[in-house]
Design a protein around this ligand. Sequence first.
Ligand code: NFA
Length: 101
Amino acid sequence: MSPVIVKRARTAKPQIERPRLHKVILINDDYTPREFVVQVLKAEFRMSEDQATKVMLTAHQRGVCVVAVFSRDIAETKATRASDAGRAKGYPLRFTTEPEE
Ligand code: NFA
């Protein structure tokens, strides 16, 4: 039986780009209680009390704080869920997303 010869393609490898990660950003406001922000961060982003308190305080002092990075889909879902948790209580708490450079 004659051997099958498999030729390697000589074309250049297509350069596959990794999908960009997206940041979830916590935005400060004047109305949402600090303790509630901490609760949401713990529940939605699985943070410890300590981590959540640091993120909350950074947003409180600087206006915004990056909470975490995820694939775009997960980032958007978490930002929406966390913002909805605030709205359900009548708070203006807001999380947004933004692609990493
Ligand atoms: N600035 C809010 C307050 O003083 C707390 C807060 C922190 C709200 C971070 C939203 C984001 N009660």
